[in-house]
Design a protein around this ligand. Sequence first.
Ligand code: NAD
Ligand code: GLY
Length: 360
Amino acid sequence: MTLRTITVDLGDRSYPIFIGENLLTNPEYFLPYLAASQVLVVTNETIDPLYSKQLRQALAGVAKLDWVVLPDGEQFKTLETLNQIFDSLLTGKHNRKTTLVALGGGVIGDMTGFAAAAYQRGVNFIQVPTTLLSQVDSSVGGKTGVNHALGKNMIGAFYQPRSVIIDTQVLATLPDRELSAGLAEVIKYGLIADIQFLEWLELNLERLLARDSDALAYAIEVSCKTKAWVVSQDEHESGIRAILNLGHTFGHAIESSQGYGVWVHGEAVGAGMVMAADLSNRLGWIDHQFYRRVVNLIKAAGLPIAPPKNMTPEVFLSYMSVDKKVLDGSLRLVLLREPGKAVVTEDFPAELLQQTLMAF
Ligand code: NAD
Ligand code: GLY
C-alpha cells in the first residue's frame, strides 16, 4: 500500500497526516516531529500489550522514553485520570521540550492532547490513533479534553498535534463494535459534504466491514481530507466546523444520559444522525427516499438507528440544553439542508423537533 499524506493547513502550525501500513515501527515518521529526545507515550491497558512493543522500535533512539498506561474506557476520560499523565511527567522530570505520544483511540487522544496543552503551559504532541473513529476524526483538528459528570467533553482546549500517524494495520485487532462506531463518523463526511463519497460508501460498505485494507485506506483518506479542509477554514469552530457535529447533539444526550461507555460514541452518533435526518425530512430539506438511504446505510454499518427506549423528549432536551452549540439560550442543530450538505441552524420550529423526539 502506498503512503498517503494529507496536510492540515494552519499556517506555521500546519501538520501532516500520514496514512499507510507498518508506520508504527518506523522512526522516520516519529523522530522528525519530536521537540527533543524526550517522550512520554500515553496508552491504555488494552492497547499496551498489542502495540507498545512495535512503537518502542520506532522510538528506540529516544534518550528519555517513558510510558504511562491508563485504564481503558470512556468512564475514565476524567480530570482524575488526566492527573496520572501529569504525575508521570513530573516524576519523570519531563521538561518543556518533551513530546507526548497518544497511542490509542479517541479517549487516549483527547486526554493526551489536553495534557500536552496544559503541561508547563503547552508541550509538543503526536497522535497515533488506533481506532477507525480516531483515525478519521478525533486525532485530527486539535479538539482535546475530558468529560464532566454533567456533560461530555466540557473541559478541554483546542491544541493541535505536530503530526498524525495512521497505521491501518492496527485495525485488524479492533472489535467489530468499534469498527462500526468508526463507520458512523465516516458516513458523516458523506452526509455533510460529499455525496459522491456517500454513494461510494453505499457500494463499498461490505468491503469496509470485511476490513479490506485498500477500501479502509481510501475511506480514511477521504474522511481526513474533508476534516483537514474544514479545520483549516475554522479551527476554533466559530462557523463551518460545527457541521462536523452532525448527529452529535442527539448523540451526546444519549451518551451522557446512559452513563459514559454504555453506548460508545460512534453508536450514539449513528442514532443521532438518523434523528437529525428525520428532522431534516420533516423540514422538507431532504425527501423521504433520502432519509431511508441514511437509515439503511447506518443500519448496514452495524449501528443503532434509534436511541434507547428509556429516553423521553424531556430527557433529550435537558441534555441538549448544555450542548456547546447552545448560544444565548437557543438550541442550534446540525441538519441536512440537502443530500450531501449540512448547515448549523437554530431555524427550525420547536414543534418539529418535538415531533422528531416523540417519533423515536
Ligand atoms: P476509545 O478510545 O474508547 O476506543 C474504543 C475501544 O477500542 C477501547 O476499548 C480501546 O482500548 C480499544 N482499542 C483501541 N484501538 C484498538 C485496537 N487497534 N485494537 C483493539 N482494541 C482497540 O473510543 P474511540 O471511538 O476511539 O473514541 C471515542 C472518543 O473520542 C470519545 O471520547 C469522543 O468524545 C472522542 N471524540 C473526539 C473527537 C475530537 O475531535 N477530538 C471526535 C470524535 C470523538
Ligand atoms: N469531531 C468534531 C470536530 O472535530 O470538530
